[in-house]
Ligand binder design. Sequence first.
Ligand SMILES: C[S@@+](CC[C@H](N)C(=O)[O-])C[C@H]1O[C@@H](n2cnc3c(N)ncnc32)[C@H](O)[C@@H]1O
Length: 174
Amino acid sequence: MIKQVGKGNLILANMTKETIANAPQNIKEGAICTEESAQKYAGGIEKVLLLDPSAKQELSPEDSAAGFEYLLFGGILGDDPPRDRTKELRVQGFSGRHLGNYQMTTDTAVLVSKRVIEGGKKLSELEFVDKPDINLSSHESVEMPFRYLVENGAPLLPAGFLELLRKTNNDSLF
Ligand SMILES: C[S@@+](CC[C@H](N)C(=O)[O-])C[C@H]1O[C@@H](n2cnc3c(N)ncnc32)[C@H](O)[C@@H]1O
């Protein structure tokens, strides 16, 4: 996500002192880690737009001129089917927008939002794939239960992710 939005543009809110102190070096260098909530850091809830699969309105290029200064992504990856953990933020009163009705990985949601807000693309102009099969070797693959952005004919995975999947798969054999 730091690679997608650039150093200093990813803010990790609601972190504990201990987590901040123990964060990996690339997070310490590339992201702003804070114990503050998103609304406190932003200086007001009205400056923050929550990306929420259950929102009524779709994120659109027009939202770039709507006065929001921060996009907020919630929850953590891991549940399929999703458990609506974005609700914890929704109930705090943020304005919300969806990116379609299918769960994306958080980094995909960040990238798609960037394409919409900075790139001026509507969701309908972007290409997606749901539950892609990722090849781990010539005879093994794993289905990822999320929606991914497709560019140049392939799902966009974070740098190093495929290698990590292959390594985890190999390690689990022993
Ligand atoms: C990958 S989701 C994880 C949700 C979690 N597994 C759950 O049970 O709710 C993490 C965040 O990505 C964003 N996100 C993912 N898919 C989205 C979508 N279709 N529309 C809007 N935001 C989305 C939301 O901000 C969400 O809180």
